[in-house]
Every structure is written in structure tokens, then in C-alpha cells.
Write a protein of this length. Structure first.
Lengths: 112, 193
């Protein structure tokens, strides 16, 4: 057999070597390992969140944000209260002096 | 329990249905992944990834294709992603080794022996698997699905989301390329002997 024929034979053998291949079997306890990984992934999300929140920079920024929001609420609430009381005074004086516009319909329509 | 029922139960989050699914399909997923990545530990990781993905995304399975086609598609994509990541890591490690300038030896991957190959064909199969690593991804996937997983051309076309003609062409080209690579290898080996 010459070299060319020998190579050709080897190539054919290599290509045919997988023809009667049987399926490789997965390693045992695959389901257990999948479940463990799924649980670990769920845990790790919370772990990551916890680790992120407890970082000094994040914790300090968060604290500052809370203080700022509180201050903002106090300041704006004060402003809103002043506007509200002005409106209340205007309303009470309206009630007292009856500023409402009387029309002809009001005199005719005596029923509420 | 038939397949559509199993899928409905899976979509409802039934854990016993998931167990049945893993029992039924684990070898198919593992064998496909192993044939692509040629590493038992990596194939095991990919198999786990595939089933986790199936569990999380089974609600998106509309039943337009066969369940096995969908599963093959996920497995092939996962295996290819895994290979890409591994190649990137290798490149990064190579760059690091240049800058570190140490004398540590690079670990070469061992010759891959598929556990399903008959003993007398192990050597030829190892050469074929080695050659498979050197052909383009699409050709390799088409060849693997057809020859190693025993899928018909039509099924391979569905898995790869391509035409029957394209699959025929891919497999023909893969054989030509494999023959070229193997020829080079054997020529070198015979002349060395």
C-alpha cells in the first residue's frame, strides 16, 4: 500500500470512527446540582444587594439622601401650610360677608 | 405523561415536571455540549446552564418548533458562548503571561477522548475531534448534530434555523475541511515514522 492510499484509509477510518458512537452519559446527581445552583443564584442576588447597601460610600450617600428628603419635606410643608392658611382666611371672610354673586336664578330658585 | 402536558406543567412551575425533563433529556444535552466543547467539566457546567435557562424561560416556549429542537438550540448557543468566553480568557492569560515574564509552562489541553467511542476506534476518533476544533463553527455544529447526535438534515436545519440546502452544503464543506486537516496530520505523522 503506498503512502497516499494509507493516508486515505486513515482519513476514512477517522471519519467513520464516530458513526457507531454511543451517547455520553451526564454525570450523576445532575438535578441536585442544578437545584443547588438555582438556590445559590437566588441567595447570591440578596447577598450582592446586602454587600452593595453596606458599602460605606453607599450607606453614607443613602443616609445623606434621607436627611435631605426629610429637610425638603419640612421646608416645603411649611410653605404649603402658609398658602393653605391664607386660603382659609379668604374662605372664612367670604362666608362671613357673603361675597357670593347673587343672580336672578337664585331668587327664583328658593329650593336648595 | 406526554410532551405537551409536561411543558404545560413546567410552565406552571411544577418541580416534578422539571425532574422528569432533566431525567429525559440530560444525556442528549450533555452529549451535544461535550461534542462541541470537548471537555467533560465544561460540558457538565453547560448542561446545568441549559436546564436552568429552560426552567426560567419555558414560559416563552410557544410550541412553534419541537421541544427537542428548542433544547438543542439552547445547548448549541450555550456551548458556543462558553467556548468564546474560554478563548477570551486564554487570550487574556496569554497577554498576562507576556507581561509577567515568568517561566511557568503553559498547560496544553489533553487529547479529547469521547466516552461513547468504541475502544478500537479511540485513536482515530481523537484525531477527528482534534480536527473538528479547527473548522468553522457552523460547519462543526452541522457535522456534530448530524454525525454525533444522529439528527437528520431537516432537523439540523430546524435547529440551526437555516435551509436544508445550507445544511447539506455545510456538512459537505465540513467533510472536505476535515479531510484536508486529517490529511496534513497523517502525512506529517507517516513521514516522521
Amino acid at each position: 500500500m503506498n503512502k497516499k492510499e494509507q493516508i486515505s484509509k486513515l482519513i476514512d477510518e477517522a471519519l467513520a470512527s464516530v458513526e457507531s458512537l454511543s451517547r455520553a452519559e451526564a454525570k450523576p446527581f445532575l438535578l441536585t446540582r442544578i437545584q443547588a445552583r438555582m438556590t445559590k443564584e437566588t441567595e447570591s442576588v440578596w447577598e450582592k444587594a446586602g454587600w452593595f447597601i453596606t458599602r460605606p460610600a453607599v450607606a453614607f450617600s443613602g443616609l445623606c439622601m434621607i436627611i435631605l428628603i426629610n429637610l425638603a419635606v419640612i421646608v416645603f410643608k411649611g410653605t404649603t401650610d402658609t398658602a393653605g392658611s391664607t386660603e382659609q382666611v379668604a374662605q372664612s371672610s367670604t362666608d362671613e360677608f357673603s361675597y357670593t354673586v347673587a343672580t336672578i336664578y337664585d331668587t327664583e330658585n328658593t329650593q336648595p | 405523561m406526554n410532551q405537551p402536558e409536561l411543558i404545560v406543567q413546567l410552565q406552571q412551575g411544577d418541580e416534578s415536571a422539571f425532574k422528569k425533563l432533566v431525567d429525559e433529556w440530560q444525556d442528549m444535552v450533555y452529549n451535544t455540549a461535550l461534542s462541541i466543547v470537548q471537555d467533560e467539566d465544561d460540558a457538565d457546567d453547560i448542561t446545568q446552564d441549559v436546564f436552568i435557562q429552560v426552567y426560567q424561560s419555558v414560559s416563552s416556549f410557544k410550541g412553534e418548533s419541537k421541544f427537542s429542537t428548542w433544547l438543542y438550540r439552547i445547548t448549541v448557543n450555550r456551548a458556543l458562548d462558553h467556548e468564546k468566553k474560554k478563548k477570551t480568557k486564554k487570550r487574556f492569560a496569554f497577554v498576562q503571561s507576556i507581561f509577567r515574564n515568568n517561566d511557568e509552562e503553559q498547560v496544553q489541553p489533553a487529547e479529547f477522548n469521547h466516552p461513547g467511542v468504541q475502544l478500537e476506534k479511540k485513536e482515530s476518533a481523537a484525531e477527528l475531534f482534534n480536527a473538528l476544533k479547527r473548522i468553522p463553527d457552523k460547519q462543526r455544529i452541522a457535522f456534530t448534530l448530524h454525525k454525533l447526535e444522529g439528527q437528520s438534515y431537516q432537523e439540523v436545519a430546524e435547529i440551526m434555523n437555516t435551509s436544508l440546502y445550507a445544511v447539506e452544503s455545510l456538512i459537505a464543506r465540513s467533510k472536505t475541511n476535515l479531510k484536508k486537516i486529517l490529511s496534513g496530520y497523517y502525512e506529517k505523522n507517516i513521514s516522521e515514522q
